[in-house]
Design a protein around this ligand. Structure first.
Ligand code: GDP
Ligand code: MG
Length: 162
């Protein structure tokens, strides 16, 4: 059974776009606005001869518990079954309360976390990525899931954690 990588992060940070980049085809649903009802979905992937399963997470509903709690709950279920986690943050927005809720859950999980500073489409967002050191998950790998910038280096690091 291939190892499982859970892709977690708040809505609209670019998780599904990154998943499509990793699996090499457009299969995960990319949404301009968050809130689409969809459970987590598994995709087969491979990098440097290492097969793995990617779990995209999404489909947040704005329920009584509030968005931050909902996101953390769903992400937690995916993380429980995962061997490693890609924690995606929108570097151009920075750290939000919802990101902090996910951080707390990831700390409790004790799973290996690779921090993704997404939407670093060019050199001008590199400083935004560096600000994410503050999350406490080590190097914020600067990536553009949309354009593919940095994703090869990210996958090299991810594979090393599996
Ligand atoms: P998710 O809710 O985390 O799964 O985010 P999506 O993958 O659905 O993307 C949300 C929005 O962000 C879409 O409009 C994407 O096109 C955009 N997006 C995703 N990745 C990038 C990126 O690397 N750079 C830029 N500029 N936009 C991105
Ligand atoms: Mg999505």
């Amino acid at each position: 059974i291939p190892p499982v990588v859970a892709v977690v992060g708040r809505p609209n940070v670019g998780k599904s776009t990154l998943v499509n980049r990793i699996i090499g085809r457009r299969q995960a649903v990319v949404e301009d606005v968050p809130g689409v009802t969809r459970d987590r979905v598994f995709y087969e992937a491979e990098w440097n001869g290492q097969p793995f399963t990617v779990a995209d997470t999404g489909g947040w509903e704005y329920g009584v518990k509030g968005l931050a709690a909902k996101v953390a709950d769903q992400a937690e279920r995916a993380v429980e079954i995962a061997d490693a986690v890609l924690f995606v943050v929108d570097a151009t927005v920075g750290i939000t309360a919802t990101d902090e809720a996910i951080v707390a859950m990831l700390r409790r999980s004790n799973k290996p976390v690779v921090l993704v500073a997404n939407k670093v489409d060019g050199q001008s967002q590199e400083a935004d990525a560096a600000a994410l050191w503050g999350l406490g998950f080590g190097y914020p790998h600067p990536v553009s899931g949309l354009h593919g910038r940095g994703t090869a280096d990210l996958l090299d690091v991810l594979i090393d954690t599996l």
